[in-house]
Design a protein around this ligand. Structure first.
Ligand code: C5P
Length: 400
């Protein structure tokens, strides 16, 4: 295991175990730079920590400015992982409340690096509703936890609150540094956004799709290790991390880009593809004639989902469609699943009050051909990670 961590040592009696943790990590080639809270310096000395880590030890913002080339923002982002060990009840409370009243909490607030917390405290402090609430909030914000364990404590009491063994913390660090990514080796092709069907060089027919749901799915699949191709109509969104973006304008461009991107293990059609295009878009801007009624002849666009769902050598093993409906959601969704020939369908009600288009939340009816599930109203990012998790489960249960 290689990597670089910042170890934040809190002021609890278990702080001495952080020394053993540093030793084990150094043996595994992990670079460890330590930050001690003020109270931690009463339990372990900066000198021992420095000798074991072989790196400068930081205690205050001031000391950091004096003996390091880095400022606290750069330091907080210089590692692959921030580990808080031992995390006292006080340190967890300060983290949960976003305090930045010393170097440790300032780093934790300034970082966008994953955080792993190893709590250690008296059993009553751990069980206190305030600590439990802080624990829940930190988890919800994406912090990982290792421990605490049940056992006898330094204070003589027994119960949960004991720091996990250094070896267990090393394992947790190991998996945080190289997490198992269940979609590694899978190619996921995703369509997103609206299409623009030109009327002339300055006008087009489009729709209200923001692309948010498709982009969130692309990001969630990439986060699980998939190679993601995102074929997207015009949106205002940045390309998600780790995703290959293929920008297109029209449905025909989108169809061609998808065919070019094949083969894929999974195709997810989240785009709001225009059903029609103007039969003859004019090369020059159409001039307005006073009093004239203009009619546009429209011809059908290719149905990308139906085309990519057709059996054939390049058919992905899993093809997923979306259905935006304004009424009789389940009935229309079932009919669409059968008509398109896809494997799964995510239907959402876009009628009436539901601000799905452009909004950040979505309520999904999920059909996999056998069952229908109602997913509760949730942020589009959560719909995306739930779907990505379902993909991972699907691929782990089918042979490659
Ligand atoms: O037929 P309808 O547009 O309601 O179907 C919606 C589903 O089909 C979505 O998954 C959408 O991305 C896909 N679709 C497509 N190509 C079209 C029309 C819809 O891929 N031309």
């Amino acid at each position: 295991m290689a990597g670089r961590i910042i170890l934040i040592i809190g002021g609890g009696i278990a702080a001495y175990k952080a020394l053993e943790l540093i030793r084990l990590l150094r043996k595994r080639d992990v670079a460890v730079e330590c930050v001690l809270t003020d109270s931690a310096t009463h339990f372990v000395t900066p000198l021992s920590v420095q000798a074991l880590s072989g790196a400068p030890v930081h205690t205050t913002l001031l000391s950091l400015a004096e003996d390091s080339q880095m400022d606290h923002i750069a330091l907080s982002r210089s590692a692959d992982l921030l580990v808080v060990c031992p995390a006292t009840a006080n340190l967890m409370a300060r983290m949960a409340n976003g305090l930045a009243d010393d170097l440790a909490t300032t780093l934790l607030l300034a970082t966008d690096t994953p955080v792993l917390i190893a709590p250690a405290m008296n059993v009553r402090m751990w069980k206190h509703p305030a600590t439990q609430e802080n624990y829940r909030r930190l988890r919800e914000r994406g912090c990982d936890f290792v421990g605490p364990e049940d056992g006898e404590m330094a204070c003589g009491e027994f119960g949960p609150g004991r720091l996990s063994a250094p070896e267990t913390i090393v394992e947790a660090i190991e998996s945080a540094l190289s997490p198992h990514k269940p979609l590694t080796g899978r190619h996921v092709l995703i369509t997103a956004g609206p299409t623009h069907e030109p009327i002339d060089p300055v006008r087009f027919i489009a729709n209200h799709s923001s692309g948010k749901q498709g982009y969130a799915i692309a990001e969630a699949c990439a986060a699980l290790g998939a190679q993601v191709t995102l074929v997207s109509g015009p949106t205002a969104l940045p390309c998600p991390k780790g995703v290959t973006l293929v920008p297109v304008l029209t449905a025909s461009d989108m169809m061609a880009a998808c065919e070019k991107a094949l083969p894929a293990d999974c195709v997810i059609c989240a785009a709001a593809v225009g059903d029609w295009r103007v039969a003859q878009s004019s090369e020059q801007k159409r001039k307005k004639q006073p009093g004239e009624t203009v009619s546009l002849a429209l011809v059908e666009n290719p149905d990308i989902l139906a085309t990519l769902s057709r059996p054939g050598p390049h058919r992905a093993s899993l093809v997923i469609g979306f259905a935006a409906e304004t009424e009789s959601l389940e009935q229309h969704a079932k009919a669409k699943l059968a008509r398109k020939g896809c494997d799964w369908l995510l239907a959402n009600d876009v009628g009436g009050e539901s601000a799905v288009f452009g909004g950040d939340r979505n309520r999904i009816l999920f059909l996999n051909g056998e069952t229908v599930e109602t997913w509760p109203d949730m942020p589009k990012a959560e719909v995306a990670s739930l779907l990505a998790t379902r993909l991972a489960a699907h691929f782990s249960s089918t042979s490659r």
